[in-house]
Ligand binder design. Structure first.
Ligand code: F6R
Length: 250
């Protein structure tokens, strides 16, 4: 795992955007795997700036998102469809038909998941997968579990994730309890993985992801086995990792 430490959130976002920009410049028709959440917001803002400056062209890029809440319409302002449109897609020249977010309104869970897997296959796989990290080590909505889930599937969100996501909803009762998410195999098959993390609250889990045993109890720990992972994290998020590394001389 290649670890890049940044000063703060803005520095993390600029560096992450630079890595994604390099991917788009090197392969204009690349497939970007994208994430939502608060972590990538500034990364998307930097990519929008680069597009507006004429440095990036998304006209041949395809995107595929990690996850979507089950039962939220595309127009719901808490849906990941809405998040991606308003925070990224509407501000760049990506073709809407080349963007793919799991269909939260598809009531048949198996169909929603099969369709998403089929799109990944039809696109020829993911060139670069952007990930955030959950407080409990989740990636996408792959929550701590007894085993690593393979492809896109329907999950029951854990209490800690519902609690963490409730900050975006009027009340905790409104937070959906299920989501469609790519599986660990979908993520591990991406050619490159870029995971971005900021803030002290995630320092313990980041240390486990990098140094701990590979276990489905810390889903992101599987990234230790991926041949091309870059972790871009600020000083605060790497504080526990840096302390443990000093203590153990690793
Ligand atoms: C979002 C996603 C989640 C988030 C994670 C961190 O598409 O897949 O795994 O990346 O929950 O969320 P934030 O960035 O809000 O801390």
């Amino acid at each position: 795992m290649h670890i890049i430490q940044t000063k703060d959130y803005n520095d993390m976002s600029r560096k992450a955007a630079n890595i994604i920009s390099a991917q788009v410049i090197m392969k204009p028709d690349c497939v970007l795997g994208l994430a939502t959440g608060s972590t990538p917001l500034q990364t998307y803002a930097c990519l929008i700036d680069a597009y507006k400056n004429g440095d990036l062209d998304f006209s041949k890029v395809s995107s595929i998102n990690l996850d979507e809440y089950r039962g939220l319409s595309h127009e719901n302002d808490q849906s990941y469809h809405y998040f991606m449109k308003t925070n990224f897609f509407d501000h760049i020249n990506i073709h809407p038909e080349n963007t793919h977010v799991p269909d939260g309104m598809e009531p048949d869970a198996q169909k929603a998941c099969d369709d998403h897997n089929a799109i990944i296959r039809e696109l020829g796989g993911i060139d670069l997968q952007l990930l955030g990290l959950g407080l409990n080590g989740h990636i996408g909505f792959n929550e701590p579990d007894e085993y690593f889930a393979k492809e896109t599937h329907c999950v029951d969100l854990t209490e800690s994730t519902i609690q963490a996501n409730s900050r975006f909803f009027a009340s905790i009762e409104e937070v959906p309890t299920q989501a469609y998410t790519m599986g660990i195999q979908n993520i591990m098959m991406a050619k490159k993985v870029l995971i971005i993390v900021n803030g002290e609250a995630k320092a313990d889990i980041v240390a486990k992801v990098i140094l701990g045993p590979v276990t489905p109890q810390v889903p992101a720990s599987i990234l230790q086995m991926h041949p091309d992972v870059t972790l871009v994290a600020d000083e605060a998020a790497l504080s526990v990792y840096n302390r443990l590394r000093k203590e153990t001389n690793k």
